[in-house]
Structures are given as structure tokens and as C-alpha cells.
Design a binder for this molecule. Structure first.
Ligand code: TPP
Ligand code: MG
Length: 709
């Protein structure tokens, strides 16, 4: 049957995108040889993905495989005024005016085309794609206006080898887990099956046989080299996901041409016969043959198309290569921390909304409380103030979290704002990223610090880098609450008392908050939520578990660690602001979290038994640190003792020490007391490796050259 005029026009249009994609890949390699381009992982063989660019709507947020230039080119045709050839060439050449990453990396992305840039970390984009799909229903149920239309579908493509990655498997599982409960999950996963990952062949039909048998994600398969087949199958897949709001898995069979990247010598691991066979399956040849056979285009017309675009690409490349690269460190770093206020903080709740929401607890609001209760109240006010805020994690809903910090929140705000996740930290953090893409304000909880580690890529590699790699156009503001650190009186052993924050310390731009008491926790949480909301910043909020129930400081019943709730919602502790207690200039003790609590106890003994009156600083924020102000103050002391509750190696104390040596004038005499470089054992033995009050006293006396009786 002959193609209709409409079909014929569509085929030619898609073919044009395929040609542009291929010619750009070839140009990238030529420019590489001339030292003008810096990236040669191309899309050759995967040009069939132009079909998805055609079938999906412009506003269907797309998390793309790195071989999807053809998708982006085809999608760019849905929005007038795009300069995609120019943009992609700028990207290959890492020029500072490249529109998505500002020349920081070759990424496929565009704010206007609803394509967030992705990192090179295989499969790391799948969990966030699931989060974006989940956000569509949340936004609707909360009566909000997200970034995406309610009837959007999320597009998520990846390679066949990537399918095996833990991040891919958890995302597919999460999509299934949600859909199984009839939670809308409109997402189309597209596995671009070229049968190989760099040099490792995917077992024959592994993608089909491992996926088809599962019952929840609807399985489709198409020949990605054949335009008619992939167009009709993709239309079915998107219709299914859009109308039924259920997840879809498409195996998109394709071929990889010209090796994994420009530097990859395929002959090392493929026979010449295999390479030849692959080349005979070139999708451009197949499309061309089809168009000629169907008398849609003549051979001459096809050659003319190639010639036309080849010349155009050459012309644009000549201009683009003269554009400047990134010039200096401040320019490169300018997008690490998104500084622009993208949305203003909402007004505090009016009238008696707070009384209503707090219920009976409102009567106790001026009674001093422990940290767990104060954080709970703080979160209550924040959920009330920020319509976009959602709290989720393991056991946070009915149970109210392992430590009841989120108790009653589900009751107060409903299941759409406070909900349990499945037991998987990668999914939790991925979901937060995806939800933030659709303007929600995620406050995910990680149950214990030790368990953040199997999901750390979602924070380190993904959330934290989004602003950097998108020239601050995409942000994913969130506040990750993590219960952690030691001193739980023998409970839990290492996995509940993990005392290393090293994994967060070196991530550029991430805010790290470690409050030492409930009042500070509320005031710091307010700043974090504001930063996440207004600027899209990523904040890590460490809640010291041992301090959750703490009421007393020196003696049972003294209630000195209970604090009053800061009722005025305009009160907060700004980022980097540390507290200084009264004391003399002989000795300053610098600490945070549990360390500050223990130091406050030690101060009394130093005072009463050793006639010392040290000044105490509670850092509160591990990042950012106001180094200038801190060093100005520390320079006034003769001695500075750093109390570090975390493991010595990799702990903040290392940075504080270096900071003081470099920036204090004069440099005080400095000493550290740190926890040991050990994991935490069960029971009272934990105290043998964690810094104790006694260590602080001894450390202070030793630093001052005094004897400890
Ligand atoms: C987490 C991670 N591990 C390893 C790599 C290195 N790497 C880059 S591409 C690739 C193979 C991917 O193969 P596949 O998913 O089939 O995609 P294809 O390149 O074939 O399209 C590997 C191992 C990476 N980028 N990320
Ligand atoms: Mg592959």
C-alpha cells in the first residue's frame, strides 16, 4: 500500500533529522581529529530514535540515552525558532555559549525542549524519570500547577547493557511497584538494544526475555531500523501510557555503527564479518531504500539532502569553532550554586490555619520540647506554608518514621503530601529529583545515614550536578533529611550509628546542616527549605539521632536541652551562621552536632574543676562555612580545640585545621579530638571509639599544657 501524502511528508521529515544526526556525528569526528571537538560518542545506528521525537509531545519530559541526537533534532521541529545544528556543534566543541551546559559537557538537553541534560553515569537517569512520572499525579492531586501538563508522558531511553545496571533495575521495579497499586505511572522506557555495551555483547534476546515475562510494565518491541514499524509501535506505546497512565517498556532494536566512540577500535572484539553485517543494517540506508521504493524521494533527492546538510553543517562549524571556550574557574563554577531566585517564598499561613493543623498540640506550642518534637512541628509549619512540599521515605507516613519525627504528618496533610516509599534509597532520591523537575518541593527522608551510601550517586552524581551541567536552567531543589551519627547508648551498632559525613563534604554546592538542638534544627530547616524552593538548591539535613529525645544536659531533669519552638515563621538561621557562647579568649572549642552537646557538658567541668571558661562555637553548617568570619574570630584565641564526632580521617576537622592554618592570623595553637577510624561496635563498646566528654576535657587541658588529675 502506498504511503499517503501525510505519511510521506512525515517520513521525509524524520529522515531529514536522521541525516542531520549522522552528519553531525561525522563532523564531530573530523573536528576531533583537528583538535576542535572533544566528544565522539555518537548516535550512528540509533537515528531511528527520531521517531520517538516525532511521536512524543514537546512537553513529554525526556530523560535521554546519550545516543539520542536524532530524537532531539526531531523534537526541535516542534518548537519554532530552534537552532539545533548550531547548538549541537557548540556542544561537541565545548564552547561557552553552548545553550544547555554552557560548554561544561557534551550533553543532550534543552530547557525549551523539555530535555534535562543527563550525566554519563549509565542508568542513573531512570530513577528520576520515575519520580517525574509520579509527580504528574501528585501535582494534580495537590491542586498545583507543575512544569508539565497533567496528561504528559515521561520519556526515558537507555542502552541494552544499561538495562542490567542496579539503577535501571530499581527504577523499573519502582515503576512497577507503583503501578501495581494503581498509582498513575505514565512513563515509556525505551531500551535501545544494539546488542552490545562497549565490547560486551548482550546475550541473544536477553532484553526481550528478561522483560517480556514481567506482568506489570506493558511490553512492546519494534524494529528501530524500520520507520513504519517503529512509528506505529511507538504510537501504540505512547497512547497506552498516556491514556491508561501505566508504564511501558519498549525494546527498540537497533544497531551501533562506527564503534562505541571515536577512540574505540571495534576490530579488537568484533569480527570483520560482524562489522560488515552491522553496516548493512544502517538505518539511514534502510530508510533511504524505503523512500526510494515507495517513490517518496528519488536517489538524487536523497543525495541532495545529504549534500545540503553537509554543507550547512560545515558552514555552521566554521563559525562555531571560532566561539570561545570557558575562560576561567569562576565562570565554570558560576552555575554550581543556582543563585537566581526563581520563585518567591510563599506567605506564612493566614488566620487560624496553624491552630487547626496542629490540633491539640497547639496548646503546648510554648512548652519546651526535645529535638524530635520540634522538628515535627517545624515540618508541620513548612508543609502548611509550602503547597509544593512533599515528605516521603521508608515508614514516614502512618508510623511517623522510626523515631516518630514525622508522626501525625500524614494525618494532618493527607497521603498526597506525606507518603511511604518502597524500601530503596536510590528510588527515594531519584524520585526527589524527578518530582523537583515538575516544581514539587521534595523533602525525602533517608532512614539512617549508613543507608545513603548505596544511593549516593543520585545525590553526588545527579542532583548536585544538575545546575552545573544545565547552566542553572534546570534545578532540583530538595531537602534530604537523614537521621544519623553515633551515641545511641549502645543501640544499633554501626549501621545505626554511622559517623562519617565524608561522602557529602566534597560535593560542590550542596548545603550540609547538622543541628545540635531542636530549636536550631527548626530554624535551619526553614533556611534549607527556602533555599531549595527559591533557588533550587540541594540540601542535606543531618539529624543526630541521639539528640532526638535528649532533654537534659548535665543532670536528670534539668531540661536544659529542651527548647522552645520558634513560633515566628520569619525566624531562621541563615546558611553558614554559627553560634558563639560566652567565654574567655584563652580557649575556643569548635564543634557541631553531638560534639557540641558533649562540649557543652565538658565546659561545666572545665569551669568548675579547672577554672577554665572556654568559648564554644557550634558550627551548625558543615557547608557552607563562613570561613572569613570564623577565622577572624578564631584568630582572637590562644588555643582552639576541634571536637569531631566523626571518624578522624575524612572528617570536617581536617578541613577546619587546614582552614585555620591558612587563614588565621595569628594562628592559634590547635588540637583535635576525633572519633577513631573505626566502625562502630554494638553496645557500650561504641563509646570506646567515639569521642567522649572525658576526651574533650583531656584534650582541652593537654592543649593548654595543664595536667589532668
Ligand atoms: C555506571 C557506569 N559504569 C560504566 C560506564 C562506562 N560505560 C559507558 S557506556 C557503557 C556501555 C553502555 O552500553 P549500552 O547501555 O548498551 O549503551 P550503548 O552504548 O550500546 O548505546 C559503559 C560501560 C558508565 N558510563 N557508567
Ligand atoms: Mg548497547
Amino acid at each position: 500500500m502506498k504511503a499517503t501524502l501525510n505519511e510521506a511528508t512525515r517520513f521525509v521529515d524524520i529522515f531529514e533529522s536522521q541525516i542531520i544526526s549522522r552528519l553531525l556525528d561525522l563532523k564531530a569526528r573530523k573536528l576531533r581529529a583537528e583538535g576542535k571537538s572533544f566528544y565522539t560518542i555518537g548516535s550512528c545506528g540509533h537515528e531511528g530514535m527520531a521517531v520517538v521525537g516525532e511521536v512524543a509531545r514537546l512537553t513529554d519530559l525526556a530523560f535521554l540515552h546519550y545516543r539520542d541526537s536524532a530524537f532531539l533534532i526531531q523534537r526541535s521541529k516542534k518548537l519554532p525558532g530552534q537552532t539545533i545544528i548550531h547548538d549541537l556543534l557548540l556542544s561537541f566543541c565545548a564552547r561557552a555559549d553552548e545553550p544547555i551546559s554552557g560548554g561544561r559537557h557534551k550533553v543532550l538537553g534543552s530547557k525549551k525542549l523539555f530535555v534535562p541534560p543527563q550525566t554519563s553515569t549509565i542508568a542513573s537517569h531512570l530513577p528520576k524519570a520515575v519520580g517525574a512520572a509520579l509527580s504528574l499525579q501528585k501535582v494534580k492531586k495537590l491542586g498545583l500547577h507543575g512544569e508539565l501538563p497533567d496528561d504528559s508522558v515521561i520519556v526515558c531511553s537507555f542502552g541494552d547493557a544499561s538495562l542490567n545496571h542496579a539503577s535501571a533495575q530499581v527504577a523499573l521495579n519502582t515503576a512497577g511497584w507503583l503501578s501495581y497499586q494503581n498509582i498513575p505511572m505514565p512513563i515509556v522506557f525505551i531500551c535501545e538494544d544494539n546488542g552490545i555495551g562497549i565490547s560486551v555483547k548482550t546475550p541473544q534476546d536477553w532484553v526481550r526475555n528478561s522483560q517480556k515475562s514481567q506482568q506489570i510494565l506493558k511490553y512492546f518491541e519494534c524494529d528501530g531500523l524500520n520507520l513504519s514499524d517503529s512509528l506505529s509501535m511507538m504510537k501504540n506505546a505512547f497512547d497506552y501510557a498516556r491514556t491508561l497512565r501505566r508504564p511501558v517498556f519498549v525494546r527498540f532494536k537497533t544497531v551501533r555503527l562506527m564503534g562505541h566512540a571515536g577512540s574505540d577500535i571495534e576490530t579488537v572484539y568484533l569480527s570483520s564479518q560482524e562489522i560488515k553485517e552491522n553496516e548493512s543494517r544502517d538505518p539511514l540506508l534502510l530508510t533511504a531504500r524505503h523512500l526510494v521504493k515507495e517513490e517518496i524521494l528519488s536517489e538524487f533527492q536523497i543525495q541532495e539532502m545529504f549534500r545540503h546538510f553537509s554543507e550547512r553543517i560545515d558552514r555552521v562549524a566554521e563559525v562555531v569553532t571560532n566561539h570561545r571556550p570557558l575562560a576561567c574557574a569562576p565562570e565554570i563554577m558560576s552555575t554550581i550554586v543556582p543563585e537566581e531566585v526563581k520563585r518567591e517564598m510563599p506567605d506564612p499561613p493566614h488566620g487560624n490555619r496553624r491552630e487547626e493543623i496542629f490540633g491539640n498540640e497547639w496548646k503546648q506550642i510554648s512548652v519546651k520540647q526535645n529535638m524530635a518534637k520540634l522538628i515535627n512541628w517545624g515540618l508541620t509549619d513548612l508543609l502548611l506554608q509550602y503547597k509544593e512540599a512533599v515528605i516521603f521515605g521508608e515508614d514516614v507516613a502512618k508510623k511517623g518514621g522510626v523515631y516518630h519525627v514525622t508522626a501525625n504528618l500524614e494525618k494532618r496533610f493527607g497521603k498526597n503530601k506525606v507518603f511511604n516509599s518502597l524500601l530503596d534509597e536510590t528510588s527515594i532520591l531519584g524520585a526527589a529529583i524527578g518530582m523537583a523537575h515538575n516544581k514539587l518541593l521534595p523533602i525525602p527522608e533517608i532512614q539512617f545515614l549508613a543507608y545513603v551510601h548505596n544511593a549516593e550517586d543520585q545525590l553526588r552524581g545527579e542532583a548536585a550536578t544538575l545546575s552545573f551541567f544545565s547552566n542553572s536552567q534546570f534545578t532540583n531543589g530538595m531537602v534530604i533529611r537523614i537521621a544519623g551519627l553515633g551515641y545511641q547508648k549502645g543501640f544499633g551498632g554501626h549501621f545505626h550509628n554511622d559517623n562519617s559525613l565524608a561522602v557529602f563534604r566534597d560535593i560542590p554546592g550542596v548545603v550540609i546542616a547538622v543541628p545540635s538542638n531542636g530549636r536550631d534544627a527548626v530554624l535551619m530547616m526553614r533556611s534549607c527549605v527556602r533555599e531549595a524552593y527559591e533557588k533550587g538548591r540541594v540540601c542535606v539535613f543531618i539529624e543526630p539521632i541521639a539528640l532526638y529525645p535528649m532533654r537534659d544536659l548535665h543532670d536528670p531533669g534539668d531540661n536544659q536541652w529542651c527548647m522552645e519552638y520558634p513560633v515566628d515563621l520569619s525566624d531562621s538561621i541563615p546558611l553558614g551562621d554559627f553560634s558563639i557562647s560566652q567565654g574567655d579568649k584563652e580557649l575556643c572549642i569548635l564543634s557541631y552536632g553531638n560534639g557540641f552537646y558533649l562540649t557543652s557538658q565538658a565546659k561545666k567541668i572545665l569551669n568548675e574543676q579547672h577554672e577554665l571558661c572556654p568559648t564554644l562555637i557550634d558550627l551548625r553548617w558543615l557547608s557552607p562555612i563562613d570561613e572569613k568570619r570564623l577565622c577572624n574570630i578564631l584568630s582572637q584565641f590562644k588555643h582552639v580545640l576541634i571536637v569531631e564526632e566523626c571518624r578522624k580521617t575524612g572528617s570536617l576537622s581536617e578541613g577546619l585545621m587546614a582552614m585555620m592554618l591558612e587563614q588565621c592570623s595569628p594562628v592559634p595553637k590547635i588540637k583535635r579530638v576525633c572519633s577513631r577510624d573505626s566502625f562502630i561496635p554494638l553496645a557500650d563498646a561504641a563509646n570506646l571509639v567515639l569521642v567522649q566528654k572525658e576526651d574533650i576535657i583531656k584534650g582541652a587541658l593537654a592543649l593548654l599544657g595543664k595536667k589532668h588529675e
